[in-house]
Design a protein around this ligand. Structure first.
Ligand code: HEC
Ligand code: HEC
Length: 460
């Protein structure tokens, strides 16, 4: 009995083991199958992920290229304004090419600050220019340059016989310059660097028909010409067509400097003044209301007839062109602009040791970093201040929705030493800016400290 039982026990025991073994093997198999399935589903998920990652990369590359083209060459259909209304194309061609007036020679174009992209010129033309074989006094040369897309921001359309049919302007006319590598005004493109030589008033004044401005502003042509002449190089008045204010209470032109359009990633508010909006807000504003492209623009704030009488009269707060050549370009344009870095100052353009001391003063005794927060050098958030906080008049601030000035991001100051600092260039040098803060904020900076601070600003 005992033996049998043991035997049975053994059997039971053995069969238990077998069952356990079988269960174990099955479990292992299950585990293996499951983990295989898991691995392969992870793999396919990863593959999907990689695909989407790839889509993101491809998209960014595409948007960058598209945006660059838009920034440089797109007129948003603004030929309806510059050609059909202002007839700027006639002024460029001139009498010799069958139109009126002297025309615009390359010399004239360069003298009003227009820039030429040397990389757009074929090698044989470059060689000819070098040998002095190209007539820089002939408007026909200007047309040839425009045809090559070599005049920054000026886009021509040509008739079959080679004559200029239409001309339009792009963002690059004001927001790019060249490095003068070939000659003054002729060099490699520098997108985003403000063109502080460009006399926008003089360029617009070339137009034979200014009735678009006289009727918009309700003034005579002599007044329009006087206003355009008051701006000077590097300046433009982006609010004139909203509030009609051409001059400040002190009698000086109301125009502001062309600001840099680089280093804008991470910066909330744009333009010199506060409350307008983001980069893409302002882009839509400019493409529709300044360049007068054909598009859609909406901003109910411009219906305020007290603050913006001209805009309210013209219905700028709700613009709907028959064809929209703006809206589809906003994404890529913004993407490109945000990708333009602030350029690094060339070695030797500032004193490094002094700049290092200046950084401590900027962040410490001079309290600059309270508003110009590194590394953006403007405040993350609502980066705007009342005129009284920076010790200046509020004329320009009061033309903006927020009645404020935007804290200027300070990177790349070395690119715009021409034309002065602050929105209207009221401070000729960086030392003048520092002296202003020193007296306004009673900072008690010593002369060496001021100098260090200036060297730091030059290093940004
Ligand atoms: C006629 C010259 C001119 C042209 C053309 C022009 N701009 Fe401007 N831009 C200015 C001026 C002047 C300001 C400053 C406006 C202000 O503060 O009221 C400005 C400001 C800006 C700013 C704000 C930069 C900052 O400081 O944050 C952006 C962004 C900008 N422009 C984009 C564009 C785009 C995009 C185009 C083309 C659709 C364009 N601009 C065409 C003159 C121009
Ligand atoms: C209360 C905030 C605030 C403080 C503090 C401040 N700034 Fe500014 N800063 C501004 C604003 C706002 C502007 C734009 C003024 C304008 O548009 O006219 C500006 C403009 C500037 C500019 C001109 C930039 C240009 O492109 O023209 C410089 C340079 C500058 N600040 C340097 C300094 C220095 C140096 C200090 C410290 C001594 C300082 N800031 C302290 C708010 C401030």
């Amino acid at each position: 009995m005992r033996h049998e039982t043991r035997k049975i026990d053994g059997l039971i025991l053995r069969s238990d083991k077998t069952v356990l073994l079988l269960v174990g093997v099955a479990a292992l198999l299950c585990l293996a199958t499951w983990s295989y399935a898991q691995r392969s589903s992870d793999r396919s998920r990863n593959q999907e992920g990689n695909n989407f990652d790839r889509q993101i990369s491809e998209n960014s590359q595409q948007m960058l290229e598209q945006g660059k083209r838009i920034f440089r060459f797109d007129t948003f259909g603004d030929e309806v304004f510059w050609t059909d209304k202002l007839k700027l194309q006639r002024a460029i061609a001139g009498a010799k090419l069958g139109v009126v007036g002297p025309g615009v020679s390359p010399k004239t174009a360069l003298s009003v600050g227009l820039k030429v992209d040397m990389d757009a010129l074929p090698a044989d033309l470059v060689a000819k220019v070098k040998r002095g074989e190209v007539n820089m006094d002939d408007p026909a040369t200007t047309l040839a340059l425009i045809k090559l897309n070599a005049v920054l921001g000026v886009k021509g359309t040509f008739n079959g016989d080679g004559s200029l049919k239409a001309v339009g302007l792009s963002c690059a006319v004001c927001h790019s310059t060249v490095d003068d590598a070939f000659a003054p005004g002729i060099g490699h493109r520098l997108d985003g660097w403000p063109n502080r030589d460009l006399n926008t008033g003089a360029v617009i004044s070339l137009a034979p028909d200014l009735s678009a401005f006289t009727s918009l502003l309700n003034v005579d042509e002599a007044t329009v010409r006087k206003v355009l002449a008051s701006w000077g190089p590097g300046k433009f008045d982006a609010e004139l067509n909203l509030d009609g204010k051409a001059f400040r209470p002190d009698g000086k032109a109301a125009a502001t400097l062309i600001p840099p359009a680089f280093g804008m990633a991470g910066v909330n508010l744009h333009t010199w003044t506060g409350g307008w909006g983001t980069v893409t807000y302002w882009n839509a504003f400019v493409a529709n209301l300044e360049l007068q492209g054909q598009g859609t623009f909406f901003d109910a704030r411009l219906n305020d007839a007290k603050k913006y009488p001209v805009a309210a009269r013209a219905g700028f707060g709700n613009k709907r062109s028959d064809v929209d050549m703006v809206s589809a370009k906003m994404g890529a344009l913004q993407f490109y602009q945000l990708a333009i870095p602030a350029p690094v100052p060339p070695a030797g353009s500032f004193d490094q040791t002094a700049a290092a001391r200046g950084e401590m003063i900027f962040k410490g005794k001079a309290t600059c970093a309270q508003c110009h927060v590194p590394p953006l050098f403007t405040e993350p958030g609502w980066n705007a201040h009342k005129a009284s906080e920076i010790g200046i008049d509020n004329f320009q601030a009061s033309r903006s929705p927020d009645d404020s000035y935007r804290t200027s991001p300070l990177r790349g100051l070395f690119t715009h030493m021409k034309g002065g600092f602050y929105h209207d260039g009221r401070f000729a040098t960086l030392l003048d800016v520092v002296n202003h803060y020193n007296s306004f904020k009673k900072l008690n900076l010593t002369e060496p400290e001021k100098n260090d601070l200036v060297e730091f600003l030059k290093s940004l």
